[in-house]
Design a protein around this ligand. Structure first.
Ligand code: NCD
Ligand code: ZN
Length: 348
């Protein structure tokens, strides 16, 4: 008997860390297996802060696309205090750069160069609002006195809400949201404000990270929250609202930087990203909503054409290996050594 299948327009990943150097030979084949395009995060060391650097990075990515596949890296710039309105204009004119990423200084992996006070970059933001170039936001406040589980909620109240009032036309993607408050905030705003949702925040909660022993491979930022927040995220993802779309935040780290006394944040999911989302949507009885979330709403928000290729998933288990090569080390993928209940049959 043939197994259940699902045919979708080929999806895009609207939030992806591909890293650089040798590790591109793991990450680029994984993402390009499924996605036609991806918004590529700029938090390299040093970060991608100019159009020139973004174009050079784009070429390094392209050189790792397996023969016969098409994959378009959509580049982003890292917002620093030095970004001026002229570079924003250059980014807009250069068709390969699609957004600017704001990391509050110190909020996450490689965010040392982030912005401490948004006021310093108001001229750049003003220009983005004028041009319709999206600002992508890692929405967490920093500071030791703020509880790590509250950092997204406090960011929305103290930073994001005032920002949207100051720049009401600015296009914003609140990346990898993790709380009911973030869902409610995005829903309360106009269609210039959207959010991405990751497979790990839709599949896991903080018990998966902490109960019965610390699981360093489930440590990511924003940190996994309690299960009631996860329910709110699933509701948002499967609601059919174009404000919520797919962004894996697949963020690989070498095993020795995760399994250590002060481990890096980031979960690697690119090897089975769409398969994870299919599991999530099936469990929510919402497989009919997957195509909008994965293949339409992001492209519509970024105002780029939807893909025309199709991808077929089938309800055949995908076995995930225990590890993948990652430069001169290895990376432990999400669901390592286990199975995902869907797999990709073909892309046409
Ligand atoms: C990301 C990384 O490793 O680059 N880590 C993560 O936990 N999500 C950075 C980020 O997106 O916050
Ligand atoms: Zn990220």
């Amino acid at each position: 008997m043939s197994s259940k299948t699902l045919r979708l327009t080929q999806p895009d990943d609207w939030h992806l860390h591909l890293r650089d150097g040798e590790t591109l030979s793991t990450t680029v084949p994984h993402s390009s297996r499924t996605f036609a395009r991806a918004i590529v995060m700029p938090n390299l060391k040093p970060p991608v802060t100019t159009v020139e650097q973004a174009l050079a990075y784009r070429q390094r990515i392209i050189s790792h696309i397996p023969k016969g596949r098409s994959f378009e890296p959509l580049m982003t710039l890292y917002l620093t205090d030095k970004l001026d309105a002229e570079e924003v204009q250059r980014a807009y004119d250069e068709q390969c750069v699609h957004a600017i990423k704001f990391y509050p200084a110190g909020a996450t992996t490689n965010s040392e160069s982030g912005v401490a006070e948004l006021e310093c970059v108001y001229p750049a933001i003003e220009k983005m609002a004028e041009l319709g170039l999206p600002l992508l936001i890692h929405g967490e406040v920093t500071g030791d006195h703020i509880d790590i589980f509250d950092r997204e909620r406090v960011f929305i109240d103290n930073v994001l809400s005032p920002l949207t009032q100051k720049f009401p036309k600015l296009k914003i993607v609140l990346e990898h949201i993790t709380t009911r408050e973030a869902v409610d905030f995005v829903n309360s705003q106009g269609d210039n404000i959207a959010a991405t949702l990751t497979p790990h925040h839709l599949l896991l909660d903080r018990n998966d990270l902490l109960a019965g022993g610390v699981k360093p491979h489930y440590y990511c930022l924003p940190i996994l929250k309690r299960s009631s927040h996860r329910s709110a995220l699933i509701e948002a993802a499967t609601s059919g609202s174009p404000k919520f779309f797919l962004g894996t935040d697949s963020a690989p780290h070498a095993i020795e930087t995760k399994e250590t006394s002060c481990g890096c944040a980031g979960i690697y999911s690119a090897h089975a990203a769409l398969e994870f989302y299919a599991e999530i949507f099936e469990a929510a009885n919402a497989l009919d909503k997957l195509e909008g979330f994965a293949s339409f709403f992001g492209a519509d928000f970024y105002k780029i054409p939807r893909n025309s290729a199709k991808i077929t998933l089938s309800k055949n288990p995908l076995s995930v290996p225990a590890e993948y090569i990652f430069g001169d080390s290895t990376v432990i993928p999400m669901r390592a050594g286990e199975t995902v209940s869907w797999s990709i049959e073909e892309t046409t």
